[in-house]
Design a protein around this ligand. Structure first.
Ligand SMILES: [Zn+2]
Length: 78
């Protein structure tokens, strides 16, 4: 965890950014996605239940940053 990511939008960089300001995000209770704090519905599963606690957001951000991509997004289907 000592090397800096080379791509500014890498998963790790994004996770670090989220973890640095957890108040701006919340975690979907349906699919564990991290969404913006202003989101009403989860863009992935359309759940409206979120966990906005900072510790949950940080925990989830760290999980995302430390493992390879686990979910398929539209961009991966090309
Ligand atoms: Zn969701």
């Amino acid at each position: 965890m000592s090397s800096a990511p080379q791509e500014p939008e890498s998963r790790q960089a994004k996770a670090a950014k989220i973890a640095a300001s957890p108040a701006n995000y919340k975690v979907c209770e349906g699919c564990d996605s991290i969404v913006g704090a202003g989101a009403v519905l989860c863009p992935n599963c359309h759940s409206y239940r979120f966990d906005a606690s900072a510790e949950r957001v940080i925990q989830q951000a760290n999980a995302l940053g430390s493992r390879e991509q686990t979910s398929v997004t539209a961009g991966d289907l090309s």
